[in-house]
Design a protein around this ligand. Structure first.
Ligand code: HEM
Length: 476
């Protein structure tokens, strides 16, 4: 039986995609705790002319804007939470995104190091609140709502920066891929408007909300209890994409590998740029599959075909296979315990290869990677699966117990081409072929990082109950 969630107590972005075109994320510092508490309270109640925080309750007609608010550990302190209480929070969250251990774990090093981040995000202690607004494709509404919010928090909260996002047509992201296809099916969550069924286990509610059972039993919780049930965490990331470098990578390395640039694009991602999974569509992109098929696949099967234990169709090191290995044998509990809800949108103008950028252009992906444990989900996936090639357990294809045709263990190298710390001296990506010990594989090497972290924060999304509690801490 499915879990019952009180949607009116959950901030909407955790469980629902808003299906809008524009977003603005305000990075804020609290300068007056009691007054900031009053501002949060007005947002929760939708009073003082402010938009009300959006919950997971479906609203009809579609509201003018959607608003959610999240806090860093420093932000919770600024609103009056005690150090003792903070020790009950997720270990990654307590460390924060700018912490050196965190940065090393998730690959925010070199040009991606916190010291280089934009918009005040490099000073983690000053980043307290991320206030996010989403609207349909009307910049005037975004400006109007922003002006209302700015007027309301002036005097108690300083705006360090604001970061805008704008959807590209058909859910595409820079690098040209269709995104927003695969999301976890969370037990008890509202159904997605455009259902995209898959063959994966429903994920227990506790992987995305505190206070519910998680995979393998137990619950994540924090103190005080008012902040616990129906709250969640996220890694907020601003990831800049060098589209020109990516196109050059595809052009040069497809020649090295003797395949087309489009096939290499599909191999590094796991999906063709039109969104079709290479697992189901190994030879050509075809036309975009219907929703019932486009996410309905696994990597392992009892017989060949369709088994792809060896990654001959979808490379084991591809972005989607690293970030959700589905039924493949990997280190960690299993995929169910490490799923992530993605709520990110592109920023910057779309890239047109026929009109070179007149000057360097900033474009990328910005938003929240949501989970009930930053430590066990975002940080685990990033550090153990994206940045390592040794995350795959040794496995041979069905009917080949002695591994004559190869072993998954040898069919992966390097780090995620998208998210890895890809230094030309060490970067590599393997295109697997049948052969013992990886002997016939093609491995491309010497490429650079094409996605740079230019900002990040670890945040906590309190429930509506939690927001009320926090808002009142310094006002009481
Ligand atoms: C600029 C950075 C990124 C780009 C361009 C990118 C691109 C993509 C694309 C094109 C897909 C396939 C579409 C889909 O399955 O819905 C995808 C899937 C996915 N990405 Fe990313 N991504 C980025 C960052 C991240 C980050 C930071 C994470 C989190 C650690 C992440 C985790 C995932 C996951 C979990 C999936 C779904 C895999 C599945 O269930 O099959 N991505 N990404």
């Amino acid at each position: 039986m499915s879990t019952t969630i009180d949607f009116s107590d959950v901030q909407g972005t955790i469980l629902r995609g808003y299906r809008v075109d524009l977003a603005r994320h305000f990075i804020l510092t609290v300068t007056n705790g009691p007054k900031a508490g009053a501002f949060i309270e007005a947002l929760v109640d939708g009073t003082d002319g402010l938009p009300r925080i959006t919950t997971a309750v479906h609203i009809k007609p579609k509201p003018e804007c959607f608003v959610n608010v999240a806090f860093t550990a420093a932000g919770l302190t600024a609103l009056g939470l005690s150090d003792q209480e903070l020790t009950t929070f997720d270990a990654g969250f307590q460390r924060g995104a700018t912490n050196a251990t965190t940065a090393g774990k998730v690959g925010d090093t070199g040009s991606s190091a916190p010291a280089n981040w934009v918009g005040g995000l490099s000073n983690g202690a000053a980043v307290h609140i991320i206030l996010s607004v989403w609207v349909d494709d009307d910049p005037a509404v975004l400006e109007k709502v922003s002006a209302t919010l700015r007027a309301a928090f002036a005097g108690c909260i300083t705006e360090l920066s604001a970061h805008d996002a704008k959807a590209l047509p058909d859910n595409h992201v820079h690098f040209g891929y269709r995104d927003n296809i695969a999301q976890p099916t969370v037990d008890g969550a509202p159904p997605r408007k455009r259902q995209i069924p898959d063959d994966q286990p429903v994920v227990p509610t506790g992987e995305f909300l505190l206070g519910y059972d998680k995979a393998g039993g137990g619950q994540y919780s924090v103190q005080p209890s008012q902040l616990s049930k129906n709250s969640s965490y996220a890694a907020f990331r601003i990831l800049e994409q060098d589209v020109v470098a990516f196109e050059q990578f595809l052009d040069a390395y497809s020649k090295t590998a003797g395949i087309s640039a489009e096939l290499l694009a599909a191999k590094v991602c796991g999906r063709w740029r039109n969104g079709n999974p290479i697992e189901l569509q190994p030879d050509d992109p075809g036309t975009f599959l219907p929703p019932s098929e486009v996410n309905n696949f696994k990597y392992v099967a009892p017989q060949l075909p369709p088994d792809d234990t060896l990654g001959l169709k979808c490379p084991i090191g591809s972005h989607i296979r690293r970030n959700n290995p589905r039924d493949m044998a990997v280190i960690g509990t299993d995929s169910v315990h490490h799923r992530i809800v993605r709520r990110a949108m592109p920023y910057g103008p779309s890239y047109d290869p026929s009109v070179p950028d007149p000057a360097p252009v900033k474009r990328g992906l910005i938003g929240y990677f949501i989970n009930a444990s930053i430590f066990n989900q975002f940080e685990f996936v990033q550090s153990q699966w994206s940045l390592r090639s040794s995350f795959v357990k040794a496995a041979t294809a069905p009917g080949d117990p002695d591994g004559t045709n190869g072993n998954a263990y040898f069919n992966i190298s390097g780090q995620d081409v998208f998210l890895g710390v890809n230094d030309p001296k060490s970067s590599s990506f393997t295109l697997a072929a049948i052969g013992q010990g990886g002997t016939n594989n093609t491995t491309i090497t010497g490429f650079s990082r094409m996605i740079t972290t230019v900002g990040a924060a670890y945040v906590f999304f309190p429930s509506m109950t939690g927001l009320r509690y926090l808002a009142g801490l310094l006002q009481r």
